[in-house]
Design a binder for this molecule. Sequence first.
Ligand SMILES: [Zn+2]
Length: 195
Amino acid sequence: MDCPSCHLSAKSIFHCLVDCPFASQCWRKVGFQLNAGETSIFASWFRSSLCRYSKEESARMGMMCWAIRKGRNDLIWQQRHSSVDETVNLAKHSLDQWINAQEFDKQPPIGMIVPGDGSEHWVKPQENTIKVNVDASIAIGRGTFGLGWVARDHTGLLLEVHGRSRNGVVTPEVVEAMGVKEALSWIKSKNWPSS
Ligand SMILES: [Zn+2]
């Protein structure tokens, strides 16, 4: 199968996240020197990049990989094209939220990260409890919608991530309610102790 973004017959992880013209443009946009050419194996590239960059830059790099990957998934599953700017902004925004969700008393460590306004501030649950956040999306005009949820513990550690895609035309209120319903069924199936 060809790459859904550039239509070359290359579908390795390295191509998806680094070598694909779309990915390269994203990396250039955020000012990363890729040093591709050293390797075409993603794990080797990522490891050598981690050695080269600071902790904060590594965090930005990880989030950029995630955002590029998400853009590809949207393209494959929802035929939704994300621009380079959208992808880069998604990575920045998500990293910002993640940093916000860490220790409150810690300042964001670097000036490169634009602090958020705090309006979407994830708060850790009480000790020995698990927090599940649910979200939903509608592919307008395509008759499909998506539901997803993430479970995190009191340290903020990501435990599980789930997503479902469904066919149907629904309102935002209904799809949000369906997301909560599915997440509740899933929570029930986990048989977590209630203490
Ligand atoms: Zn490609």
